[in-house]
Design a protein around this ligand. Structure first.
Ligand code: ARG
Length: 465
């Protein structure tokens, strides 16, 4: 048991207590962030003369050698240490002796862990954003190739009005675009440096907090030392953003599952992204989509759990906050995996456009357009709605579509019907006449696609820079 704080104690920590208290098994993930933070802290300590330049160089060299050995596997992070911070400090002292004991000058594990988490969340935001950018590229591709792929649009899961596959995909494009914006908003608020807050009340050493903040690429130091060590808003906001991403993915999955069913057959999932049944040889199941949908609960769980953990904690640091890590790490892994898997599934999916169009021609998706036809011929909309309602009822009786009726039959419902009705309510016309911004008509769709293409080019470049 290697601890940083034995001096005041006369008894060994109980073994179970030690294990219960330790976080090394999960905070070892913060190893890189911890070293990055310690190097910046050391540079500042040397620059301000709190330690000598020579001590500073020794510490930095020592930290680099430790992290190199961790990466190569030469040095293993074991649970012999309480947490990643103790591991680093103990190993540093082992390697460079007394100079190593000066690393923690003017610092507490409270501001240290707050910094490590900020650095980790900052990186994670960028990673998730990159995953979303790849997903958006695939969605845009499907959109570009399916501007004229007609399908029914649904409300209440009932066929409503015809749309196109490009239009339907475009809805998800907007959702994931907003998710990326949410991530960058969170980044803006999180990007302040808590190091220098000490345990809770700052420190008497003349630390240069601006320097550390600049070295680590933060916008500036945080402005209240108590808040700095007890704030986990950025974790909560990130978990909320991840939850919303999962909610979007889960809805998309739900649709893929429905579309892949024998009843719909709008899509066929690739063999590489489907699984079979151990008993029913005919089965090809959409397990990946189901799992993504299922894992949404797990990510919501992390958010709910963290909100609950934080709600009763008095200022400033309390050990409850150690609970911020495991579920956050799990949520991050889960979301990134789900986005990557979903992207692969979508990019290999075959869209069965004939079945989609066929489905759109049935189910009276052109009923609104038929009513609009009568309105254009002078009938008030409410009357037109009623005429077409009766017409639909008659069609249901005959088991046919509106356009299957002969003109004489149509005229029985209204004298205003003419031969041009058939063109006015064809699937093609129904979609193509919808040209308001954001509607599925070809020209409207092309405009949106070119805006989104430009957006993607601009923002992907930003991620790579
Ligand atoms: N493992 C701790 C955490 O994750 C580090 C901070 C410990 N600070 C303390 N005063 N015990 O929160």
């Amino acid at each position: 048991m290697a601890q940083l704080w034995g001096g005041r104690f006369t008894k060994e920590t109980d073994k179970l207590v030690y294990q219960f208290n330790a976080s090394i098994n999960f905070d070892k993930r913060l190893a890189d962030c911890d070293v990055t933070g310690s190097i910046a802290h050391t540079k500042m300590l040397a620059k301000t003369g709190i330690i000598t330049a020579e001590e500073g160089s020794k510490i930095i060299e020592g930290l680099y050698s430790i992290i190199d050995d961790v990466h190569s596997g030469k040095l293993v992070i074991t649970d012999e240490y309480e947490d990643i911070h103790s591991f680093m400090e103990a190993n540093l002292i082992d390697r460079i002796g007394d100079a190593g004991k000066k690393l923690h000058t003017g610092r507490s594990r409270n501001d240290q862990v707050a910094l490590d988490m900020r650095l980790y969340i900052r990186d994670s935001i960028m990673n998730t954003d990159a995953c979303l950018a790849s997903l958006l590229t695939v969605i845009l591709d499907v959109m570009e190739n399916n501007i004229e792929t007609y399908m029914p649009g649904f409300t209440h899961l009932q066929k409503a009005q015809p749309v196109t596959l490009a239009h339907h995909m475009g809805a998800y494009f907007e959702m994931f675009k907003r998710d990326r914006l949410r991530l960058s908003d969170i980044y803006e608020r999180a990007n302040y440096c808590p190091l220098g807050a000490g345990a809770l009340a700052g420190t008497t050493y003349p630390l240069d907090r601006n320097m550390v903040s600049e070295l680590l690429g933060f916008y500036g130091p945080t402005l209240n030392s108590m808040d700095s060590v007890s704030d986990r808003d950025y974790v909560l906001e990130f978990l909320a953003a991840l939850s919303i991403i999962m909610m979007h993915l889960s809805r998309f999955c739900e649709e893929m599952i429905i579309w892949n069913s024998n009843e719909y057959r709008f899509i066929e999932l690739d063999d590489a992204y489907s699984t079979g049944s151990s008993i029913m040889p005919q089965k090809k199941n959409p397990d990946i989509a189901e799992l993504v949908r299922g894992k949404t609960g797990r990510v919501y769980g992390a958010l709910t759990s963290m909100l609950t953990t934080m709600k009763g904690i008095p200022l400033a640091y309390n050990k409850d906050m150690q609970e911020d890590k495991e579920m956050t790490f799990d949520a991050i892994d889960t979301v990134n995996n789900c986005i990557v898997l979903f992207t692969g599934m979508l990019s290999t999916t075959k869209f069965l456009s004939d079945n989609m169009a066929q489905s759109a021609t049935k189910g009276f998706t052109n009923a609104t357009d038929a009513a609009d036809y009568l309105v254009k011929k002078g009938m008030p909309f409410r009357d037109a709605h009623s005429v077409i309602g009766r017409l639909v009822l008659a069609c249901i009786d005959k088991d046919c579509s509106i356009d299957d009726l002969k003109i004489e039959e149509l005229k029985e419902f209204s004298e205003l019907f003419d031969e041009d009705i058939y063109d006015a309510i064809s699937l093609k016309t129904c979609v193509e006449k919808r040209l308001t911004i954001g509607a599925p008509g070809i020209e409207a769709m092309k405009t949106v696609i070119s805006i989104n293409k430009e957006y993607l080019e601009l923002t992907t470049k930003k991620v790579e820079d």
